[in-house]
Design a protein around this ligand. Sequence first.
Ligand SMILES: Nc1ncnc2c1ncn2[C@@H]1O[C@H](COP(=O)(O)OP(=O)(O)O)[C@@H](O)[C@H]1O
Ligand SMILES: [Mg+2]
Length: 353
Amino acid sequence: MAGLSIRGLTKAFDQVRALDGVDLEVPDGQLVTLLGPSGCGKTTLLRSVAGITDPTEGGIWLGDRRIDGVPPERRNFGMVFQSYALFPHMSVFKNLAFGLEMRRLPRSEIRKRVAQALHLVDMEAMAGRLPRQLSGGQQQRVALARAIVIEPDVLLFDEPLSNLDAKLRDSLRDQLRALQRRLGVTSIYVTHDQVEAMALADEIVIMFSGEIVERGDPVSLYRRPIFRFTAEFLGRTNVIEARLDGDRCRLPWGDERSVENPGIDDPAGVAIRPEDIAISTANGSDPHGEIAERMFLGAGTNYVVDAGGVRVRVNVAGTQNDLIDIGTPVRLTPPKSLHLLRRGRHGSAEALA
Ligand SMILES: Nc1ncnc2c1ncn2[C@@H]1O[C@H](COP(=O)(O)OP(=O)(O)O)[C@@H](O)[C@H]1O
Ligand SMILES: [Mg+2]
């Protein structure tokens, strides 16, 4: 087993630079998710690693072996795509055996390995079926088994859960994560779904327009992103233009807070996650604003509050609180210390939503 190193990877199509000097390390056995809006170059990066696309510049290493230039079938990488891409006329067993027959393994070994791989994805009972006799989720589990049966050095996933309905997506996501951990295969997982990215990743890499915006483990990238783009793409956030004074800031509705990272260049505003701000009815004290919108979601309630001329999203978790009516004067309690975001070239991700 070995890690992957991608250095200076550039891919130019006629008009577009789909990738523009991407550097990326995937440590041995880890799973990195590539997250970004449609067209930012995720698939092109994955296909370059797989060897299906030839990069214009740059190199790819597996451990200390340079692999760009090695044909795809000799890279020993397993791939799972959005469309299940099983061979339609072959049984589940044959779909898995195919890659092993290509490698000229003995028949008994092939039978053993296929059975093991199908067992891992809980599909042993389906070995004799054709793909069209399976549901989408089952087909995707077979595709996963086919990717791992070759004992790959690297696993590559391109939005493998996008075609499945929400419940199935969640359960398959959890199975996939458990399997990747257990096998310890170095993996790249492409998605445009931020929940998926956070649930699966050892590290998340945010991409925009052929470049990496920033990267980090899910917790620090969610809590303390550098750029506004990241904060808005990874979940939702309020970006509030506050008046800055040293390590203090004054919010539009009058409250003051400390800033945990004062003095950054090119500030776009302070980030306040909707789930980190508390809300209470003003009850005679000076209100900060009033409820403009309310959405009851079962597990919680989302509000939009008009406060000091800005619209602030507030999410209240749980079902134990009384719902607050539209028009009610309220007070807001943001966290004690706020995180300042940089504007950056990528600007706001809200516009893309
Ligand atoms: N074969 C191709 N020919 C021309 N342009 C392409 C080709 N493949 C991808 N592109 C362009 O490269 C950019 C990145 O595409 P892609 O890697 O598919 O993005 P993503 O997977 O993030 O949606 C897009 O602008 C896309 O239109
Ligand atoms: Mg894509």
